[in-house]
Design a protein around this ligand. Structure first.
Ligand code: UTP
Length: 293
């Protein structure tokens, strides 16, 4: 069995849910407190033992490359001023094992992943979406790698969702249980109406895939919106190389969405040593004011 060494992070979407902020800025660079959301997923990949990362970028995404590259002027300035702690923080985001490829048109998540075919070659790999920040003692990516090493199967990460939100997720039609939190998949259904959803297991942004996915993506017709959907390709892959739906039970912040981003900023702000005390105070005062209303 080949070791899982590579990760793909698609980041070429238009981020329309954050307009106008994303008119001239990559949504993946939007911060949770002081850290761009894409940095959390890069750190998760590295913590999970991933050795090489490919970020799929596109027009207007140059700040992502700059963020993970050295900034000599800034480093010299911080060094001269003796701001050693900040210098350390800045240098720790220079990550040479990140590679880049561009997706010419935002033609869907499936098409973005297809751009990674030459990078991935003939190896199993993980896909991480920056929209999902999922802090956990054992990173979710590592959990998927452990499942692959034990069962030799690819997987999609899922969470239990409120059924009324089914039309925002790929939903699993379950075909039985392999072990605790490991569900066999009959079908993957893209964004069904809540009444048609076959379960409340919704796919979130971590996948462990095998390279057969690329041939499927190459052959797949775009949908009505002219996008190549990953869920459709996973449905095809599952027929010949069954996937596991891994049920993740840890924390998740959907930072690809305004509300999720606000919640993440509040909760991380309550933990951050520079803001925790003030934030706590502010939230309690605000809650009291709201109660009086
Ligand atoms: P989303 O649908 O959440 O991202 O895709 P989006 O299209 O950027 O955002 P909205 O919905 O318009 O606000 C999930 C992930 O897939 C990437 C996105 O960058 C995001 O990380 N993606 C999506 C691509 O890389 N290329 C695409 O063509 C579409």
């Amino acid at each position: 069995m080949k070791k899982v060494r590579k990760a793909v992070i698609p980041a070429a979407g238009l981020g329309t849910r954050f307009l106008p902020a994303t008119k001239a800025m990559a949504k993946e660079m939007m911060p949770v407190v002081d850290t761009p959301s894409i940095q959390y997923v890069v750190e998760e990949a590295i913590k999970s033992g991933i050795e090489e990362i490919l970020i799929v970028t596109g027009k207007g995404k140059n700040a992502i490359e700059d963020h993970f590259d050295a900034n000599i002027t800034l480093e010299n300035n911080l060094r001269e001023k003796g701001k050693d702690k900040l210098l350390q923080t800045v240098v720790s985001t220079n990550i040479p094992q990140i590679h880049y490829v561009r997706q010419a048109y935002p033609s869907g998540l499936g098409d973005a992943i297809l751009q990674a075919a030459p990078f991935v070659g003939d190896e199993p790999f993980v896909v991480l979406l920056g929209d999902d920040v999922m802090p956990n003692e054992v990173p979710l990516t590592k959990q998927l790698i452990d499942v692959y090493e034990q069962y030799g199967k690819g997987s999609v990460a899922t969470i239990r969702i409120p059924k009324e939100s089914a039309n925002r997720y790929g939903i699993i039609d379950v075909d039985g249980e392999l072990a605790e939190n490991l569900h066999l998949i009959k079908h993957l259904v893209e964004k069904p109406m809540p009444q048609d959803a076959p379960s409340n297991l919704g796919v979130v942004g971590r996948y462990l895939l095998t390279p057969e996915i690329f041939d499927i993506l190459r052959r797949q017709e775009p949908d009505a919106g002219n996008e190549v959907q990953l869920t459709d390709a996973l449905e095809t892959l599952n027929q010949t190389a069954p996937l596991i739906a891994y049920e993740y039970t840890g924390k998740r912040y959907d930072v690809g969405d305004k509300y999720g981003m606000l919640v993440a900023n509040i909760e991380f702000g309550l933990e951050h040593k520079e803001t925790a005390e003030k934030m706590n105070h502010f939230i309690i005062e605000l809650a009291n004011k709201l109660k009086e209303k």
